[in-house]
Ligand binder design. Structure first.
Ligand code: CTP
Length: 419
């Protein structure tokens, strides 16, 4: 997406650098248009280095490229962060006295203002009127956060955190209003995350590369939407999100026990964990040594042990079967599928087949390979619904933004009765 990041002259301009990183790391093309005065807070070098593009504040630079018109015309999203009282006033009046205000007049895409200023300025009738004018013309003006402002005072006027602004922008572009999203108040949500480890001996295990970041983002967003959240975490090293209960597990069998116990009280179980399909058939309770003369059984010709594997239970399939066995009710079941596509089908073909095979209500197909999903901070997913709703694609976007999109899709499913 072609994004214009307008930067006003507020101390919060430094936070716009983090917002810029979120856009560029998710693969968006960002042109930064600061006001001249904002360069006192963050300079041209920072914006050029982070965006990889030249930066100008006036309409007299590169005149032959007609930048004062082109930048706005070509934009698919304009975000102004921080939007100062002065900038809101100039935008509401339709002034075009620098490159940013000219761009705001030529943009026909969604325009998002993230105001940041002292509480008195934010609450002044002049600013209120300017915000109302901008909103009446279709612009999105995000409410500032409350908290410590520059100096000793505090109150509404802070620029929201970059990740929240980024998520709000993506929601606006995808047709939402950028508000908090579908509430999960009163819901008990179980999310699995990470990758199971299947021990071979006291020091070795069979594992996988799952970092748990997508599952953690899902838990964090569900908690932010007021759900009671239990995160079943398999071998992760991530900080516990605020307001989330964590149950730590190691193996697939352990994960199965915990999830099955929780499924009885959950409204939805989201199986984002990478659960090992196989485990070693036998566990050696001592460290397996290089060939011992007295212990040649089960070893190859060079003395290396041969590890026999057996199938692990399919936890998700078990939840589906248990729900079907009860006849009615039970939690909504969401599966994940890491797919690359192969000669038998595209990512979507394989995911559709897996949705039918697993029998869950929603399958989130991760395109692995495209953004190197394991451990990465961005993700591309396709949501496939068992009830025939059209597929939804999200990304490439941060795992937090993907999590917002997944909960936006789950919300309406929770309202519908489960067969
Ligand atoms: N899953 C599970 N129990 C397993 C393996 C997977 O509950 N033993 C869950 C995962 O948490 C995920 C979904 O099933 O939500 C799909 O996982 P995946 O490994 O892609 O599915 P498989 O059926 O193992 O398919 P594949 O043959 O592609 O590995």
């Amino acid at each position: 997406m072609r994004v214009v990041l307008g930067v006003g002259a507020g101390i919060a301009a430094y936070k716009a650098a983090a917002l810029l990183r979120l856009f560029t790391e998710a693969g968006h093309d960002v042109t930064v248009v600061p006001t001249e005065a904002s360069l006192r807070f963050v300079g041209v070098a920072t914006w050029e280095a982070l965006s990889g593009k030249p930066v100008a504040t006036d309409v007299w630079t590169d005149v032959e490229q007609v930048r004062h018109v082109r930048i706005g015309q070509q934009a698919q999203l304009v975000v102004v962060a921080p939007a100062t009282a002065d900038l809101l006033a100039r935008a509401a009046t339709g002034l075009a006295d620098d490159l940013l205000t000219a761009t705001l007049l030529t943009a026909r895409c969604p325009v998002v203002y993230a105001p940041a200023m002292h509480t008195e300025m934010w609450q002044h009738p002049a600013t209120r009127a300017n915000v109302a004018t901008l909103r009446s013309r279709g612009a999105h003006v995000i409410e500032p956060a409350s908290g410590r402002l520059t100096g000793a005072d505090s109150g509404p006027g802070r620029l929201p955190e970059s990740a929240d602004l980024y998520a709000a922008c993506l929601a606006i572009v995808s047709g939402g209003d950028g508000a908090a999203g579908h509430s999960l108040q009163g819901r008990h949500v179980v999310v699995t995350a990470g990758g199971t480890r299947e021990p071979l001996d006291p020091v070795r295990f069979l594992g996988n590369r799952s970092s748990g970041k997508q599952g953690y983002a899902l838990a964090e967003v569900a908690a932010a939407r007021a759900a009671q959240v239990t995160l079943v975490a398999a071998n992760t090293a991530l900080p516990t999100p605020a307001g989330v209960d964590v149950v730590r597990v190691e193996t697939a069998a352990h994960l199965q026990t915990e999830v099955e116990a929780l499924a009885g009280v959950a409204d939805v179980v989201v199986m984002a964990a990478a659960v090992a399909d196989f485990r070693p058939a036998a566990y050696a309770d001592h460290k397996i040594k290089k060939a011992h003369p007295e212990d040649e059984s089960g070893r190859g010709g060079d003395g290396a042990p041969v590890v026999e594997l057996v199938r692990n239970p399919d936890v998700l399939a078990g939840l589906v079967a248990a729900r079907a066995g009860r006849g009615h009710g039970g939690p909504l079941l969401v599966g994940f599928a890491a797919e690359t596509g192969d000669e038998t089908g595209t990512v979507l073909d394989l995911a559709r087949a897996k949705l039918r095979r697993k029998g869950c209500d929603l399958l989130v197909a991760n395109e692995v390979g495209r953004d190197l999903t394991f451990g990465a901070d961005t993700n591309t997913v396709h949501l496939l619904f068992a009830d025939g709703r059209p597929d939804v694609s999200i990304g490439p976007a941060s795992k937090r933004a993907v999590a917002e999109g997944i909960w936006d899709a789950i919300g309406p499913l929770l309202e519908a009765p489960v067969d």
